[in-house]
Design a binder for this molecule. Structure first.
Ligand SMILES: Cc1cc2nc3c(=O)[nH]c(=O)nc-3n(C[C@H](O)[C@H](O)[C@H](O)COP(=O)(O)OP(=O)(O)OC[C@H]3O[C@@H](n4cnc5c(N)ncnc54)[C@H](O)[C@@H]3O)c2cc1C
Ligand code: SF4
Ligand code: SF4
Ligand code: SF4
Length: 372
């Protein structure tokens, strides 16, 4: 463990997009470099793309819509639907919204959070239900126990649902592989797709510090704004708000924690394999089912909220990392670490914007910049 790193030591269940789940997987794998991993259970979301809050704000201003008036957002039937506080609904074609997609999403090869314990999405299941991909024994036990205690109910997924999931997952991989090749050709290497043998990983990143994170990831539009670099920095010199991370201070010799944790730097083959990740639509899994949490008002089946609430209520974890809405700007995501089930329930629903979720895991008042 790197001295001075004040990472929360409780057992934590997190929910996050595939890129955030990759950061959690890297923090788990490279504990000898980064320090002990705080994440005990990961619930990954499906994710085709995410939007820049600021670009979307700008786009909507052309329609005289203020982001502060949006209480909910859904992607359905080729449109982005905005539910406004005055009970109006406003929609824009997804093709138009595509100009607001974050650049880092164009090189993302994971639709279903392939490295999570359980993945949850809407594609593949009827309205009001979620699709869940159970990937690990830990995930299987959580789902089985939550079902026995009536937090969720499950049923087999339809063949039609599976075919649609397969199609969308492979489309994302195919399209983004083209963009990855394009960036490689024009001198913007996508190093997160350059998988390294386990024994080469540490040597490759031996001298990589924040300045390398900046040149290899941040300055070339690959940062997903996850906040993992902020979390693992033992010197607490990284600042991250709504925009790109910055460093305010000197990095001590030998430290490479931020570079190792970042989901957009090298990945070693012990985490995932390049060919497999290109070939398999959903990664490895135990089973896929449709599920619903009858008591929860969620984005789809409310299953993500139900599983997190179950884990907390039954002391499987001490705290839960969710992404809530800002009280002043309802569409703006705000990461929250909580041991309060009511707060987990409040955080249900999808916020289509990136946020430095791992920031809320950092403990201690000695954070010099960016921490709260
Ligand atoms: C950016 C984004 C894009 C998505 N794209 C797709 C897609 O293309 N196809 C698809 O099938 N599903 C997609 N999803 C997942 C889908 O919107 C639902 O989140 C999922 O089906 C779970 O539904 P639920 O009712 O079980 O979740 P709920 O019970 O409503 O819980 C949702 C959970 O997601 C967390 N959350 C919300 N916003 C964020 C965020 N920005 N970052 C991290 N965590 C967040 C909340 O903390 C909450 O705990 C996307 C989700 C996100 C965040
Ligand atoms: S990089 Fe973009 S598309 Fe990929 S998981 Fe993250 S938010 Fe979703
Ligand atoms: S910013 Fe510097 S001190 Fe902080 S983790 Fe990165 S290399 Fe280490
Ligand atoms: S630079 Fe930091 S915030 Fe950006 S993707 Fe890497 S770890 Fe996440």
């Amino acid at each position: 463990m790197i001295e001075g790193n004040k990472i929360n030591k409780d057992k934590i269940a997190m929910v996050g997009t595939p890129c955030q789940i990759l950061a959690a997987a890297k923090m788990d794998k490279y504990q000898d470099i980064i320090g002990e991993s705080p994440i005990n259970i990961s619930i990954g979301l499906f994710c085709m793309e995410n939007f820049s809050y600021n670009y979307m704000k700008e786009l909507l201003s052309h329609y005289n819509i203020n982001m502060k008036d949006i209480k909910e957002c859904r992607i359905e039937k080729g449109y982005l639907w905005f539910f406004l506080t005055q009970d109006d609904v406003f929609k824009i074609p997804l093709d138009e919204a595509k100009k607001c997609i974050r650049k880092s999403c164009q090189i993302c090869m994971d639709f279903t959070s392939e490295l999570s314990d359980i993945s949850v999405g809407s594609v593949g299941s009827p309205e009001g239900w979620s699709t869940i991909i159970i990937r690990t024994d830990k995930g299987l036990k959580l789902v089985d126990d939550a079902e026995k205690d009536n937090y969720i109910k499950t049923r087999p997924i339809s063949d039609k649902g599976l075919i649609l999931m397969d199609k969308l997952a492979m489309e994302k991989k195919k399209e983004n592989k083209v963009e990855i090749s394009r960036r490689e050709r024009v001198g913007r290497p996508v190093i997160s797709r350059r998988f390294l043998p386990e024994e080469d990983f540490e040597a490759e990143i031996a001298d990589c510090q924040f300045k390398d994170l900046k040149s290899d990831v941040i300055d070339i539009g690959a940062c997903v704004l996850c906040g993992a670099c902020f979390l693992v920095c033992p010197e607490n010199i990284i600042k991250i708000e709504d925009r790109k991370p910055e460093v305010k201070g000197e990095c001590p010799e030998g430290c490479k924690a931020c570079y190792a944790a970042c989901p957009r730097t090298y990945v070693s083959e012990g985490i995932t394999d390049k060919e497999e990740s290109e070939r398999k639509p959903f990664g490895d899994y135990i089973k896929i089912v449709s599920a619903k949490a009858p008591m929860i008002n969620g984005q789809d089946g409310g299953v993500a909220t139900a599983l997190l609430s179950y884990a907390l209520s039954n002391n499987i974890v001490d705290q839960v990392l969710v992404v809530d809405k800002s009280s002043t700007e309802p569409w703006k995501p705000v990461p929250k670490l909580t041991d309060n089930v009511a707060e987990v329930l409040e955080a249900s629903g999808t916020k289509y914007a990136a946020c430095p979720t791992f920031k809320s895991l950092k403990m201690g008042k000695e954070v010099k910049s960016g921490g709260k």
